[in-house]
Design a protein around this ligand. Structure first.
Ligand SMILES: Nc1ncnc2c1ncn2[C@@H]1O[C@H](COP(=O)(O)OP(=O)(O)OP(=O)(O)O)[C@@H](O)[C@H]1O
Length: 264
């Protein structure tokens, strides 16, 4: 019997007033998979992530994580179960340094109760040290060591996006949702990002769901890609199948503003 999906999504629909942002959306993601979600502007990609992370509640449908029904859980409950995400519009603490931003993410992950106990135990110093080591590990992983003490606000977007990924990793996720990690990056930064995502995926045996506008990124790293348009799924397939699918070509080429066409 095949292993159960880490994430099973079934018939998810979301209406905003009269707008159907997502209609009967389904996907199964296997443990360890690196899968992409693409589609033109307004296709419903961010809505999918907002539903999966608990930021939004669906109008109908259900979401199982590790066979557990999380459809109606809050974002913090989803996070505690191991679903971490980055945001399209970056959400860092601007007046904290890169290292501090990652530390705060650790604190949030471990919770106030944990720290209260820790402060009153002799193990505190040792645990502080373990956290410092973890921060260093993620600084290295995301190639952020040279900007460790810079304030987040002073960093270019491309670097801020890597800090966001480091923060998401601090929650020790099982499923990582990356929302347009290459947005605002130049070609070199994008290339480096591709390597980093592949590295994270391999090293931490993570399951990654990636929303990305830049087709080059998705085609380069995902074996399986889901395409949605106007809230509806067009196809789930390999990069090869996606490239040659007439409806995909139509959806993209019909809306030149919404997509980078370079990969075609
Ligand atoms: N909070 C909201 N209220 C009303 N309509 C919304 C809301 N959020 C999304 N929508 C609408 O739902 C549809 C899907 O939006 P969504 O942001 O999920 O698309 P997307 O694929 O992420 O687009 P983009 O690539 O531009 O980020 C759009 O028509 C959008 O205007």
């Amino acid at each position: 019997m095949p292993a159960p999906a880490l994430l099973h999504v079934e018939g998810l629909t979301k209406h905003f007033g009269g707008v159907s942002a997502l209609v009967d959306y389904s996907i199964d993601i296997k443990p360890g998979e690196l899968i992409g979600l693409i589609g033109p502007n307004g296709a419903g990609k961010t809505t999918v992530f907002n539903l999966l992370s608990g930021v939004l509640k669906p109008s109908s449908g259900r979401i199982l994580f590790n066979e557990y029904d999380i459809t109606h859980l809050r974002p913090d409950q989803n996070a505690a179960l191991g679903i971490a995400r980055t945001f399209q519009n970056i959400r860092l603490f601007n007046d904290l340094s890169v290292a501090e931003n990652i530390k705060v993410a650790f604190h949030m992950h471990l919770g106030a109760g944990f720290w209260k106990t820790l402060f009153s135990t002799p193990g505190f110093r040792r645990s502080e040290k373990v956290m410092e080591q973890k921060v260093e590990e993620f600084l290295k992983l995301l190639d952020l060591r040279n900007v460790k003490n810079e304030l987040a606000r002073n960093l270019p977007y491309g670097v801020q996006r890597r800090v966001e990924i480091a923060r998401a990793m601090a929650a020790a996720p099982r499923l990582l949702l990356l929302d347009e990690p290459a947005a605002g990056m130049n070609a070199n930064e994008t290339q480096e990002l591709i390597q980093i995502i592949q590295d994270i995926h391999r090293r931490y045996d993570l399951t990654i769901f990636l929303v990305e506008h830049d087709m080059k990124v998705v085609m380069a790293i995902c074996r399986r890609i889901q395409v949605i348009d106007r809230g509806r799924t067009l196809i789930v397939g390999t990069p090869q199948e996606i490239r040659s699918h007439p409806e995909v070509i139509n959806a993209y080429l019909g809306k030149p503003k919404g997509m980078h066409h370079a990969a075609y």
